[in-house]
Design a protein around this ligand. Structure first.
Ligand code: F6P
Length: 369
């Protein structure tokens, strides 16, 4: 790794967007300018470098104080993102028309050199941080910033975007209570959460759900039906059920909608499946609401803005201190640095013995197991 003084850094946002990305970008840019460093943004993950021809306005764009003015409260990312085309498994069409995944990471590091970019701040989830880790191993100075509404990144208590997603899901549950009660229905609310049920768990408790189904606890549909029957025996003729997209029946499979080359499996459909099963088992009408990408939109909460701004500023401080191959992390009340290798080693799933699960059970919430 080079130890030459930093003059220019790049920012990349990768994977699914999350509220707070723009706040991180603002903090990185202002903190870099404060040190006299130049700052650029790579469009759509790393595609701005890997596929410059697809960006007529330039794949790498200058980021100035003006470009980051007034963006703290905006959802999305001003430099774009993608969750396809990882440089580690980049889809390349072969002469015979088939598509092969190719490792372009060394080529990417050479592109950073050619563009005289001394360091990278990569803002993303496990995919982007894994890419960052590989680039750091090839000699690039890299600091990661943990992002995902799913909150499934290890070595940080929280990722920005999660609080906004939970707040919105909770508001939706509040709204669904009245219609569920009025129509005496089962409302099945599907939320994001591929491998971890943090959104379903936290929003489910805050939004007074009766049943919460998460990937960490495979469910038994008959037990869920029994919860509904028991509620009916005591005069509660409606039920609110929150389910994470990655939840599965005991002995069953995750509900996959499809898989494209260079992309993770697309999950979905488990909410509808459960709704149909429960209608058949209980005879009560059920409706499904899929919150999906609504959870990723909108203005970040004050909590997420603050975490994002602190992460962005800390990432630049880390580079200034000579750190590399680390991820900034929240360990309340402090922002610390964690090795990237440790952060990507495992997913942070919901521990089955955590007090949140215990409290949910004490509140009478069923996990269908
Ligand atoms: O950011 C993670 C996530 O929200 C997952 O929960 C979900 O499976 C995925 O993104 C969906 O992403 P997209 O529809 O953008 O491919």
């Amino acid at each position: 790794m080079s130890t030459a003084p930093i003059r220019k850094i790049a920012i990349s946002t990768g994977g699914g967007d999350a509220p707070g990305l723009n706040a991180v970008i603002r903090a990185v840019v202002l903190s870099a300018l404060h040190r006299g460093w130049e700052c650029v943004g790579i469009r759509d993950g790393f595609n701005g470098l890997l596929m410059p021809g697809t960006f007529p306005e330039g794949g790498v764009v200058p980021l100035t104080a003006k470009s980051v003015a007034g963006i703290t409260h905006l959802g999305g990312t001003i430099i774009g993102t993608t969750n396809r085309g990882s440089p580690l498994a980049f889809p390349v069409t072969q002469p015979d028309g088939t598509v092969k995944e190719v490792d372009r990471s060394q080529e990417l590091v050479d592109m950073f050199d050619a563009a005289k970019i001394d360091a990278l701040v990569t803002i993303g989830g496990d995919g982007s941080l894994t890419i960052g880790h590989h680039l750091a191993r090839k000699g690039l100075r890299v600091v990661g910033v943990p992002k995902t509404i799913d909150n499934d990144l290890d070595r940080t208590v929280i990722t920005f975007g999660f609080d906004t997603a939970v707040s919105f899901a909770t508001e939706c549950l509040d709204r669904l209570h009245t219609t569920a009660r009025s129509h005496r229905r089962i409302m099945v609310v599907e939320v994001m959460g591929r491998y971890a049920g943090w959104i379903a768990l936290n929003a489910g408790i805050a939004g007074n759900a009766d049943v919460i189904l998460i990937p960490e606890i495979p469910y038994d549909i008959e037990k869920v039906a029994e919860v509904i029957r028991e509620r009916e025996r005591t005069g509660r003729l409606y039920t609110i059920l929150v389910i994470a997209e990655g939840a599965k029946q005991a002995g069953g499979q995750v509900s996959v909608l499809g898989k494209a080359v260079g992309q993770a499996e697309k999950l979905g459909g488990v909410g509808d499946k459960v709704a149909h099963q429960l209608e058949a088992l209980t005879g009560r009408e059920a409706r499904t609401v899929v919150l999906g990408h609504l959870l990723r939109g909108g203005s970040p909460t004050a909590f997420d803005r603050l975490v994002a701004l602190r992460f962005g500023a800390a990432a630049v401080r880390a580079l200034d201190e000579g750190a590399s191959s680390i991820m900034v992390s929240l360990d309340p009340p402090t922002v610390r640095y964690e090795p990237l290798a440790a952060a990507i080693a495992r997913m942070k799933t919901v521990p089955l013995d955590c007090d949140t699960i215990e409290s949910a059970k004490d509140l009478g919430i069923s996990f269908g197991a």
